[in-house]
Design a protein around this ligand. Structure first.
Ligand code: NAD
Length: 293
């Protein structure tokens, strides 16, 4: 039997509607809701497209948005001064720093300077640490997206075996930690894991965040499992000369025949990640307004 498809676009639209209501309510009380983004001007065009799309999303949801461009040769102190200023500015309620930063600028050092209450990507060590402590905090958007999609499948995590393929600081590790918080038994795999399929086949919930197209095949999946595909890679389209397309880590067509629930990629975790960022923007502004009021 074919898996139930977890439609990230539809779920994201639902979350966006709720976020827009929260923002309208803040606005009606005269509260500030403003996202300031930092972008290195030179180089990465994907980051620019993402930053500009984000500005559009903000406008659609009633959030003020400002993009601060950092010149190509900027040193750490210059970027740090900007982030410190935004952190101290009471009109700014949310901050995000687009990567990559100019060459030689330590991203972790910059992220540590974001006011944790405005850190809507959940990258400040305080917010990362709060995931471990189980405190209420702003959490990394992709991990929230994966968790919301699992919730949407209606599968409780307590006592379940969860396998996360990919263990980066901002994607794989926070997802594994959130699953631990939900009382699951969690296995974290990385590129050095031996016998990957032996682990993945045990998973009631399998999340892949490796960035390796086709890594997860049908025979690596337990029948009826929830499969969340975080991976997004650009590959050549099958017909020669038809350009590039985006694919996930999961061999979708064959895994769909084995899994109980599955996210497409694109169209699964991606749109939900954007929706979670905006939910964090609302959350940060609400907490600020709560403290002020
Ligand atoms: P990363 O390169 O920092 O980390 C990749 C992780 O996967 C590492 O822990 C590595 O050890 C592991 N890995 C690589 N090959 C593996 C293999 N063959 N077997 C087991 N583990 C393997 O990447 P990242 O920033 O964590 O991103 C991972 C993927 O998620 C990428 O495709 C990225 O584009 C995507 N991503 C998607 C969203 C979204 O919103 N959909 C957001 C962030 C990242």
């Amino acid at each position: 039997m074919s898996a139930v498809v977890l439609d990230g676009k539809a779920l994201a639209a639902e979350h966006r509607r709720r976020t827009a209501e929260r923002i309208a309510s803040l606005r009606s009380r005269g509260a500030a809701v403003r996202l300031d983004a930092v972008l290195a001007s030179a180089g990465d065009s994907a980051a620019r497209v993402y930053a500009e799309n984000q500005g559009k999303t903000c406008r659609e949801l009633g959030v003020d948005h400002a993009l601060h461009e950092v010149r190509a040769g900027a040193a750490f102190d210059e970027v740090a001064a900007l982030v410190r200023r935004l952190s101290a500015d009471s009109a700014v309620t949310a901050i995000m720093v687009h990567l990559p930063l100019p060459e030689g600028v330590d991203a972790h050092g910059v992220q540590a300077l974001i006011d944790p209450g405005k850190d809507v990507e959940g990258v400040n060590p305080v917010n990362i640490g709060n995931i471990v402590y189980g405190e209420r905090s702003l959490m990394p958007c992709t991990s929230l997206a994966a968790m919301r999609l699992i919730e949407h499948a209606g599968v409780g995590l307590r006592g379940k075996t969860c396998v996360v393929v990919g263990a980066s600081d901002i994607v794989g590790k926070p997802i594994a930690l959130l699953m631990m918080r939900a009382d699951a038994t969690v296995v974290s795999c990385n590129v050095h894991t031996r016998g990957l399929a032996d682990w993945t086949r045990r998973a009631d919930v399998l999340v892949s965040a490796a960035g390796k197209p086709g890594l997860i095949t049908g025979e690596m999946v337990k029948p009826g499992a929830v499969v969340i595909d975080v991976g997004t890679s650009r590959v050549a389209a099958p017909a020669p000369g038809t350009g590039m397309r985006t694919v996930g880590d999961v061999a979708y067509e064959e895994v769909r025949e084995v899994a109980g629930w599955i996210t497409p990629s694109p169209g699964g975790v991606g749109p939900m990640t954007v929706a979670m960022l905006m939910a964090n923007v609302a959350e940060a502004a609400e907490r600020r307004a709560g403290r002020a009021g």
